[in-house]
Design a protein around this ligand. Structure first.
Ligand SMILES: [Zn+2]
Length: 295
């Protein structure tokens, strides 16, 4: 393992674009500081709605091809963030985007939502045991906002972290590894409220503005353990989001998804430490996800 950088961060996401929206500044910062930043994306996002009219033919109910197109968008986004290690769980197309909760695609063969958690976790165990990350970042049990692929990504990531540490589990996947710290993506409610107040005052030309509850992972301030100031990486994060052009329309410090409702881009990113060493004392916040971890 001597060739691995000292600090290693793994992020597990559901679709291409989630990483840039949630963690773009964190990823750019740690990559720039020499940490190994690895992204595992669980699906190609084939069911996403396409924003630009000239790419509308990629939609699954038209010619298709959105998944392959989004592989390219993700690669471009990762260039902006300086992240060279990005993979799809089980390889590109192994698990398919399940669509929104309740959609008939939820039940289609190969849909990520429809996949046995332990089967999918096996692919991630292999990644964990070879990269040996000290830190894992993923979603909360609700997937941040209830999308089936986000919920499943949470389950698979948490289960894989458990299985990777078990000496008896599939030794052919590598030496057991315990991830020191596991984080869920969060946004403190007062931060969201402040950002939306500025957005309402900003007089943008979005047809509407999203509700705070549309933002994944908004919680009370007291749940936040960790705050990563990514101000220096705001341009990288914004450029990465822009690279996901089928999914995201960026205007200044704001963006919209296919619903055309404006949202703030958060360049300070927030987390809740849920498992692992160096539990953060109440009332104190970490400013480094690697705080307290050895090599
Ligand atoms: Zn997503």
């Amino acid at each position: 393992m001597s060739e691995l950088p000292a600090r290693r961060l793994l992020l597990v996401h559901a679709h291409p674009d989630d990483e840039s929206i949630n963690n773009g500044a964190t990823m750019a910062k740690y990559a720039a500081e020499g940490a190994h930043v690895a992204l595992v994306t669980c699906t190609l996002g084939e069911e996403g709605e396409v924003i630009p009219p000239d790419l509308a033919h990629l939609a699954p109910d038209r010619e298709g091809g959105l998944g392959a197109h989004r592989i390219g968008e993700l690669a471009a986004a990762m260039k902006h963030l300086g992240v060279t290690d990005h993979r799809f769980l089980g390889g590109p197309g192994r698990f398919r985007d399940s669509g929104m909760m309740g959609a008939e695609q939820n039940h289609r063969a190969g849909a990520f939502w429809n996949t046995d958690v332990d089967d999918a976790a096996g692919y991630l165990v292999e990644v964990i045991r070879s990269l040996r990350p000290q830190v894992l970042i993923t979603y909360d049990p609700d997937g941040g906002y209830g999308h089936p692929d986000h919920i499943q990504a949470h389950r698979v990531a948490m289960r894989a972290a458990e299985l990777a540490a078990e000496p008896g589990y599939r030794q052919e996947l590598g030496e057991p590894h315990t991830i020191a710290k596991i984080y869920w993506n969060r946004v403190p409610r007062p931060v969201a409220e402040g950002a939306f107040a500025r957005l309402h005052a900003a007089n943008t030309d979005f047809p509407g503005i999203a509700a705070i509850d549309d933002v994944p992972g908004v919680v009370d301030e007291s749940d936040i353990t960790t705050e990563i100031d990514g101000t220096a990486y705001a341009a990288a994060k914004t450029a990465a989001m822009r690279a996901h052009a089928t999914q995201i329309a960026v205007r200044g410090p704001y963006f919209a998804l296919s619903n055309d409702l404006g949202q703030p881009i958060f360049t300070t990113e927030y987390y809740q430490l849920v498992s692992g060493a160096g539990a953060v004392a109440a009332g104190r916040r970490e400013h480094d996800v690697f705080e307290g971890v050895g090599e």
